[in-house]
Design a protein around this ligand. Structure first.
Ligand SMILES: [Zn+2]
Length: 508
C-alpha cells in the first residue's frame, strides 16, 4: 500500500512561537526531513535531534520534541515537516497474526502464555509506568526461573513506540516457542539450553499514545516526549547523554540488565530493513567486528532466502556498522555492549514502521528462521564455568583476550553458576581468566564458527599453600581448624603467621 505523506516546508526564520501550538498540538513530537551536507554535520545534528532509521546518504529524517526543535531551528536548516499519515488499517484476526492487539488484549496474551505453559514460561512484571501501563517480559526455559549453566538471551521490541512490526513478531515468537516445545527438535533444544527472555513492547505509552484500543496513533517517544533510545548511559558521552533524566522505561531496563546478565540480545525497531551492529556512538570498530559481520550476514541471508526479492537488503546487503549509517548517542545497543558485556544489535525489521497488518505474516515467515538461528548462536563460541580450586565454589572472574579485547569486549563469568560465554569469530585466541586473590590462568583455544568449545577453569587462590609446603615448625602456627571439606574432599585449615592468615588443604 502506498502511503500518502503530506509535506509542508518550514522556512527557518519563522520563529517557533508562532507555529509551535499547531506543530505540537497533536503530540509532543514532530517528524521532518532535510538534506545534509556532510557526515560531520549529521553527527553534530544527532546530538540535538533524534535521527531516524529512514536516514540515507543524502537525506536525513528526524524526530524532535519542542525543546529539541527549538535548538534545531537556531541552525537555519531548510527542512520539511512530514505530517504523519493517519493509519486506517483494518486489523485481521488474532489467530492469523495479521493483527495488532489492543493493550488489554496484549496483557491477556502475556498472562495466557505463562498460565498455559507454567513449566517453561514465567511472566515478569518489570514495572508500572505513571500511565498505569506495564512493562512485561516472559522468560522461557526448561526449569524456568532456576539459574543453570545456560546463556541468557534477550529479544526486546518497540522502544520506539511507532515501530511495531517487532511487537507482533515477538508475541508470535513466544507463541511459536511454547507450542513447539517437545514437538520440534530445534525449539526443544533452544528452550532446554538457553534462558530466553522476550519483551514485545518496551514503550507501551508510545505505542498506545492514542488510547488502549489500538496502535494507529502510536508515537516514537514516550509520554514525556523523550526518545528512549537516546536515554541510556553512553560509552563516549557518559551518563545522561541527551540531557534528560533517565525515564521510567530506561530505569526499568537498567534494573533488568543489572539483575540478569544477558549474554546476547537484539533490539527490534522498524523504518529500515537491516541489521545494525556496534558501535553507534563512535567510529571505532569492535574487537569482534568479524563475528558481528558473520552473525548479521547470517541473519540477513536467511531473511532474503525466506522472502520475496527486495526484502532486507538495505545498506550493505542487509547489514551495517551503526556509526557508518548515522551516529546515535545514548542508545541501548551500545549501553548493553559496553556496560553489560552483552552482544546486542539493533534489528530493523521493515521499511514501514507500523506495517499494514496484512504484511505481518510475511514478515514472520521471512524472519523467524533468522530469529531462531541468532538465538542458537548464544550457545556457540567459548563457554564454561570458573570455580575456586579449593572450595569448588563458582567465581565471578574477568575473561579477557590480551591483544584482542578493546572497548569492554571482555566478559565476566557470572554467579551463582560461574558460567561465562565468549562469542568469537573462528581463530586462535589466548584467553586469560583473572580475579583478585587468585592466580590468573591463560588458555590457548581454537574457535570454529557455529560450534561450541567448553573450557571449565579452576583458579587457585594466591594464599593457598599445600600441606607439603608447610614445615612442622610452621604447623604450630595453626590457630583454627575450620574442618570444612571442599568438593574434592580436602580439609581446609586456617593458620596465622602473625600477620597473614592462610588457607591450606590436607589431602586425605
Ligand atoms: Zn527505532
Amino acid at each position: 500500500m502506498i502511503k500518502k505523506i503530506l509535506f509542508f516546508i518550514v522556512f527557518p526564520l519563522i520563529s517557533l512561537s508562532q507555529s509551535d501550538d499547531k506543530l505540537f498540538s497533536e503530540s509532543g513530537e514532530i517528524y521532518f526531513s532535510f538534506q545534509y551536507e556532510s557526515k560531520d554535520q549529521l553527527n553534530e545534528l544527532s546530538k540535538i535531534i533524534s535521527l531516524d532509521h529512514k536516514t540515507n546518504s543524502h537525506n536525513a529524517f528526524a524526530y524532535a520534541n519542542k525543546k529539541e526543535y527549538e535548538e534545531f531551528l537556531k541552525l537555519n536548516i531548510n527542512h520539511n515537516i512530514i505530517e504523519k499519515p493517519t493509519l486506517n488499517y483494518k486489523n485481521g484476526d488474532k489467530s492469523s497474526w495479521n493483527y495488532y492487539p489492543s493493550y488489554p488484549e496484549y496483557m491477556n496474551m502475556m498472562t495466557a502464555f505463562a498460565d498455559s505453559f507454567p513449566d517453561i514460561c514465567k511472566l515478569h512484571y518489570l514495572g508500572t509506568l505513571n500511565s498505569g501501563r506495564e512493562i512485561l517480559i516472559v522468560q522461557i526455559s526448561d526449569n524456568v526461573g532456576v539459574k543453570e549453566n545456560e546463556p541468557s538471551f534477550l529479544y526486546t521490541s518497540s522502544m520506539h513506540g511507532d515501530e511495531l512490526s517487532g511487537y507482533v513478531l515477538s508475541l508470535r515468537l513466544i507463541d511459536y516457542l511454547l507450542n513447539n516445545y517437545g514437538e520440534n527438535n530445534k525449539i526443544t533444544y533452544l528452550i532446554d539450553e538457553i534462558d530466553i527472555w522476550i519483551n514485545p513492547l518496551a514503550n507501551p505509552d508510545g505505542a498506545y499514545y492514542g488510547g488502549n484500543q489500538n496502535v494507529w496513533s502510536a508515537i516514537r517517544y514516550n509520554s514525556n516526549f523523550i526518545d528512549l533510545n537516546r536515554n541510556y548511559p553512553d560509552p563516549e558521552d557518559g551518563p545522561h547523554p541527551d540531557g534528560n533524566p533517565y525515564q521510567q522505561e530506561t530505569n526499568i531496563f537498567l534494573g533488568l540488565a543489572d539483575t540478569i546478565n544477558f549474554n546476547m540480545a537484539a533490539n527490534m525497531h522498524s523504518g529500515a530493513e537491516v541489521c545494525n551492529y556496534p558501535w553507534d556512538t563512535w567510529g571505532n570498530l569492535t574487537s569482534d567486528n568479524n563475528w558481528w559481520q558473520y552473525v548479521t550476514e547470517q541473519y540477513a541471508d536467511s531473511c532474503q532466502m525466506n522472502s520475496s526479492s527486495g526484502y532486507f537488503n538495505d545498506l550493505n546487503n542487509g547489514i551495517t556498522n551503526g556509526w557508518d549509517w548515522y551516529e546515535v548517542d545514548g542508545g541501548r545497543q551500545d549501553y548493553m555492549n559496553y556496560f553489560r558485556y552483552c552482544k546486542e544489535f539493533t534489528l530493523e525489521l521493515s521499511n514501514d514502521k507500523t506495517p499494514n497488518p496484512n504484511d505481518l505474516p510475511d514478515l514472520w515467515e521471512a524472519n523467524y528462521p533468522s530469529l531462531l538461528n541468532y538465538m542458537e548462536q548464544s550457545l556457540f563460541g567459548l563457554r564454561g564455568t570458573v570455580t575456586d580450586s579449593i572450595t569448588g565454589n563458582p567465581l565471578k572472574v574477568r575473561v579477557e583476550i590480551s591483544g584482542h579485547d578493546i572497548d569492554s569486549s571482555h566478559v565476566y563469568s557470572n554467579l551463582p553458576i560461574g558460567n561465562y560465554h565468549r562469542y568469537l569469530y573462528q581463530g586462535n585466541y589466548n584467553i586469560t581468566f583473572s580475579k583478585v586473590g587468585y592466580h590468573s590462568k591463560t588458555k590457548n583455544v581454537t574457535i570454529l564458527n557455529n560450534s561450541t568449545l567448553i573450557e571449565n577453569v579452576q583458579l587457585v587462590p594466591v594464599n593457598f599453600v599445600s600441606i607439603n609446603d608447610v614445615s612442622s615448625d610452621e604447623s604450630k602456627f595453626f590457630i583454627d581448624l575450620i574442618g570444612r571439606k571442599n568438593k574434592k574432599g580436602n580439609l581446609i585449615f586456617k593458620y596465622s603467621d602473625g600477620q597473614i592468615q592462610k588457607f591450606i588443604s590436607l589431602k586425605k
